[in-house]
Ligand binder design. Structure first.
Ligand code: AGP
Length: 619
């Protein structure tokens, strides 16, 4: 996915847009560019690479002055990262500049038609085709005449009607120095409402420094934005109502502060973010949880006889933890599906099936599509989401917000523990409707409420983990092994390591190793073994010994006070003792820190790992 930005007001557009793009850079960092209307023409500055080493240096050498402009930071889909493939793109006349986030699926056919009409292209991107398509429908005003912005808007709408695919798009035009036009379908676009100035952005965290008043645009909305006013219309209905929302976090929430990386900051925020996830949702009296946004009656909740959880990546791992929790506490059968697979399966769905979409960003294309498919088939769909006003949050029938604040690091950390916290509360809630006793419910609540302080304690072990990371940072393969509710944590630990240190790592159910993967174990292949106490402790220790018998180094995550394991593992990282079902909230912390410190040791770009983007809004 990419980040798009627009500014119209009284200030220097270049500076504001470039700073806004820096806030959006986590969405894609292959290249960046801006288009600024200088009162007469549109000036384009764009460069491959990160903003600081590319666009920013280019603007220092060759400033672009104006009070209206758009910008883009790119995650390459069509066309490799290069100056030519960077946005903004111009139409054939050079009067119209476009930035686009999304995928135009029928761009080949559109490009062919345009080329037959004489259009020549500078890039390999689908987005440039959109710029030319808009230009092909636009009639500029006669020489010396004032243009009517409706002509520009109609050209954009006509072009977008020909597009198959997704877009968040912003457009400026030489004939209209006082307007930016934006539109969305399938990719987020938000208006920042200022005083005498307005903003367009892919993510609210890029405008919060200027305003907390935002409008979350809906699919098919088109905004015509001036410095002192804006109108929203809908390509389907012609009119569009909108509401101004208040951003709930402050500007510094989107800053690194004293941390070297957003990821480390977000790891250390987890005591607070788990508290945020718990806040107002624990009913100690009734030993259950409280949710304000499920939008399901008690009888509807009681009639749920199957739950399908759908998500991607880390959120999918959280869903797997949720499977153990919900089945254990409520006895409701749960299946967890990759959203990218679920949306194309002909999965049996009946009226008692509840779909839960789990997503940090609320914009993941596969998860959004899975949710839409479930709703199309008449199924009730909830969303566990971190971003207020995001597409998935708004299209779900109800849901639970994580309240974790902006997660900027590409590797998800605080969102994972917030998702697991919310899933624990949800499992408690559903269990107490069915089979869970008040005593059992109280035990879960007691363990949950201790978690923030226990994470605080755990974070103090970061120096020990950094030393272990240094010792194993040269390894080229890792295994992460866990059983029962710690198995998804093993998967999550492997993903964290893979995505920021580029080391191959596999998460596995520990007992599965003897069915093949043990062949890969040797003295150069460390295994991280989740060996916290519980019913399967002896079995996980046996699995660990099988690894060690093949000279495989073992880093054990164990329960504080377990001295048995100290003689068995090469390294031991202790976590505080807790309820067996609550360990994922604790055992995931050292795995996050281990991945972080190994990546730092290897000189990797922790917050912006190669080839990745924070939210994958393309299929
Ligand atoms: C996690 O570290 C990754 N960045 C990625 O797997 C992520 O969890 C996945 O893309 C899902 O994103 P979402 O939670 O915003 O839907």
């Amino acid at each position: 996915m990419c980040g798009i930005y627009g500014y119209i007001g009284q200030e220097d557009a270049s500076g504001i847009i470039t700073e806004g793009l820096r806030r959006l850079e986590y969405r894609g960092y292959d290249s960046a560019g801006i288009a600024v209307h200088n009162g007469k023409t549109i000036e384009i500055r764009k460069r491959q690479g990160r903003i600081d080493s590319g666009l920013s240096k280019l603007l220092d050498q060759s400033p672009a002055n104006g009070k209206v402009g758009i910008g883009h930071t790119r995650w390459a889909t069509h066309g490799d990262p290069s100056d030519d493939n960077s946005h903004p793109h111009l139409d054939a006349s050079g009067r119209i500049a476009v930035v686009h986030n999304g995928i135009i699926e029928n761009f080949d056919r559109l490009k062919k038609t345009l080329m037959e009409a004489g259009h020549e292209f500078q890039s390999a991107t689908d987005s440039e085709v959109l710029a030319h398509l808009i230009g092909s429908h636009y009639t500029p005003p006669a020489e010396g005449q004032e243009g009517d912005v409706v002509d520009l808007k109609n050209a954009i709408v006509t072009a977008l009607r020909e597009v198959i695919g997704t877009y968040g798009v912003s457009v400026v035009c030489t004939d209209h120095p006082d307007v930016i036009i934006g539109a969305r379908r399938g990719s987020p676009l938000i208006i920042g409402v200022g005083d005498g100035e307005h903003f367009l952005t892919s993510d609210a965290n890029a405008v919060v420094a200027h305003t907390k008043q935002v409008v979350f645009l809906n699919d098919y909305d088109v905004v015509t934005m001036h410095s002192d006013r804006f109108t929203v219309s809908n390509m389907g209905t012609g009119t569009a109502s909108f509401q101004i929302s208040q951003i709930e976090f402050d500007d510094e929430a989107a800053e690194k502060g004293e941390f070297n990386h957003f990821m480390l900051k977000e790891i250390f925020e987890q005591p607070q973010t788990v508290r945020n996830a718990l806040r107002g949702r624990v009913d100690s009296e009734a030993s259950t949880a409280i949710f304000g946004g499920l939008n399901l009656t008690p009888s509807e909740l009681r009639s749920i006889d199957r739950i399908v959880i759908t998500a991607c990546g880390t959120s999918w791992h959280a869903g797997l933890v949720g499977e153990y929790l919900i089945e254990e506490l409520s006895h409701i059968p749960v299946e967890v599906e990759y959203a990218s697979e679920f949306r194309y399966r002909n999965a049996p769905i009946d009226k008692g099936t509840l779909l839960i979409a789990i997503t940090q960003s609320g914009e993941t294309a596969d998860t959004l599509a899975a949710l839409r498919e479930a709703k199309r088939r008449g199924q009730t769909a909830l969303a566990l989401c971190n971003v207020v006003g995001s597409s998935i949050a708004r299209e779900a029938d109800g849901g639970i917000y994580l309240h974790a604040g902006p997660e900027i690091g590409v590797a998800s950390t605080k969102a994972f523990t917030s998702q697991v916290t919310v899933l624990t509360l949800f499992a408690l809630f559903m269990g107490r409707i069915r089979v869970l006793s008040a005593q059992q419910g109280s035990e879960i609540i007691k363990a949950l409420e201790a978690v923030p302080d226990q994470i605080e304690w755990l974070l103090q072990t970061h120096k020990q983990i950094r030393e272990i990371a240094k010792k194993y940072s040269e390894a080229t393969n890792f295994f992460f092994l866990g059983r029962h509710i710690n198995f998804p944590v093993a998967l999550e630990g492997a993903l964290k390591l893979k995505e920021i240190s580029y080391i191959h790592a596999e998460g596995y159910p520990a007992a599965e190793m003897k069915h093949g993967p043990i062949a890969l174990i040797d003295s150069s292949t460390p295994s991280i073994v989740l060996a916290t106490d519980g019913a399967l402790y002896d079995k996980i220790i046996s699995n660990q010994e099988v690894v060690q018998a093949r000279k495989g180094p073992v880093i054990a995550i164990a329960t504080e006070g377990d001295h048995t394991i100290e003689g068995k593992a090469d390294e031991v990282i202790f976590v505080p003792k807790t309820h067996e079902l609550i360990y994922p909230l604790l055992s995931s912390i050292p795995l996050q820190l281990l991945a972080y410190y190994i990546a730092v040791e290897r000189g990797c770009d922790v917050d912006k790992p190669r080839n990745l983007a924070k939210s994958v809004t393309v299929e």
